[in-house]
Design a binder for this molecule. Structure first.
Ligand SMILES: CC(C)(COP(=O)(O)OP(=O)(O)OC[C@H]1O[C@@H](n2cnc3c(N)ncnc32)[C@H](O)[C@@H]1OP(=O)(O)O)[C@@H](O)C(=O)NCCC(=O)NCCS
Length: 361
């Protein structure tokens, strides 16, 4: 087997390394990619043979790959944009996987390693000193998923706004689930639209309609997402990405007012496990606080339930009162916080997890 040094397959990182050594970046990149893609290689730092086979790639964002090393294999996502690696599934020795990923993190500028783990494997992540950050209830059929993280770069593990984020959660948890309202909220604390609520459900006035997004909407959706988020963990500002995901596993819904899109949300479905993530929530600034995102979440839940999904969850910005309040008031349970998890809005932010079992109020 050919001996290779564990080189980066991230062109930016590689260029910096090669230029400093006086090598040709393109040639070395090609060699490195070849070695990781299909041929065997050796992680020279640890002298462990490895194979990294790319399954799917979204250039400049992520690469889904299968990592094979002696005694273990793992399905991983190398998420360059968010400078993290996610281990979605693995078999064999987690210790070996963890060591390999640590070496990998060094050359790929990876700051956070996340592992999605079923309850029976928790001790394996703990042994490798990963810390549990949260749970996604019902992520696997009949089982929870435990999210453990490790931070190859210490600074990435430090939450910068913990106190403010804790206060938002405290206020959400004080809500009266019957009405979805916070008791003793001053009458004039925030101006509300003219919305009727019946048994905790919102009804939109006539000029607003909720419907599934179709291909013809994607151009306007991409523009709204670009205006709404300076950074976002996935390229929802690209029409091609919206079209591709709409055609596969993502349900997009929107609220329209007089033919203009004013609010958006989606559900990323995992039919194999029967769970779905509600995500990509945005309401244009002057339509906020009118119950639009809650309506979209409710409609998505109904659609998911009709399609046989048993549970939903969201990974939402811990610093946004609006989005946390929306999920809390719709009966979601707060189940953890992922520190500096991804680039969203202004930069890397903490992300809260909220979960709900469908079919139960
Ligand atoms: C977060 C966001 C999508 C909420 O959309 P919205 O249509 O205004 O939400 P809703 O009107 O349905 O409000 C949901 C709940 O949050 C409350 N809320 C809304 N904005 C709020 C704010 N700024 N502060 C406190 N509570 C707020 C509402 O009162 C409502 O609570 P209620 O059930 O007690 O009435 C919207 O503010 C937005 O687009 N923000 C920027 C993008 C973003 O951060 N998206 C989240 C990504 S994870």
């Amino acid at each position: 087997m050919k001996k290779i040094v564990l080189l980066s397959s991230n062109p930016k990182v590689l260029k910096e390394k090669c230029v400093s050594k006086g090598n040709n970046p393109e040639e070395t990149f090609f060699e490195s990619k070849k070695a990781f893609k299909s041929e065997g290689g050796v992680n020279a730092e640890r002298n462990v043979p490895l194979l990294l086979e790319t399954k799917e790639e979204l250039p400049d964002y992520w690469k889904k790959a299968e990592l094979k090393i002696p005694g273990a294999r793992a399905e991983i996502v190398i998420d360059y944009y968010n400078r993290r690696i996610k281990v979605m599934d693995y078999t064999g020795l987690f210790e070996e996987i963890s060591r390999t990923l640590e070496s990998f993190a060094k050359v790929e500028e990876i700051e956070k390693i996340i592992v999605y783990i079923p309850p029976e494997k928790i001790h394996e992540a703990e042994t490798c000193e990963y810390a549990e950050e949260g749970i996604i209830r019902g992520y696997y059929p009949g089982k929870n998923c435990h999210i453990f993280s490790s931070y190859p770069k210490n600074f990435r593990g430090i939450s910068l706004h913990k106190e403010k984020e804790d206060r938002i959660i405290e206020s959400c948890l004080k809500m009266d689930r019957g009405t979805g309202k916070i008791p003793q909220k001053p009458e004039n604390s925030r101006e509300k639209g003219n919305w009727k609520k019946q048994q905790g459900k919102i009804q939109l006035p006539e000029e607003y309609t909720v419907r599934p997004s179709v291909q013809a909407d994607t151009s306007a959706m991409a523009i709204l997402y670009r205006q709404g988020f300076q950074f976002y963990p996935t390229p929802i500002h690209m029409e091609s990405y919206l079209l591709k995901t709409m055609d596969s596993n993502v349900l997009y819904f929107l609220v329209e007012k007089q033919g203009k899109i004013v609010s958006l949300a989606s559900a990323e479905m995992d039919p194999e496990n029967g769970s779905a993530e509600i995500t990509d929530c945005l309401t244009i600034p002057y339509e906020r606080g009118k119950g639009l995102i809650k309506e979209l979440i409710t409609v998505l839940e109904k659609e998911l339930s009709d399609r046989g999904f048993q549970s939903t969850y969201t990974l939402c910005r811990a610093l946004s009162s609006g989005i946390n309040t929306a999920f809390a008031s719709l009966g979601y349970a707060f189940t953890g916080r992922l520190v500096n998890n991804c680039r969203i809005m202004g930069g890397f932010e903490d992300i809260n997890i909220w979960c709900k079992t469908l079919g139960r109020e």
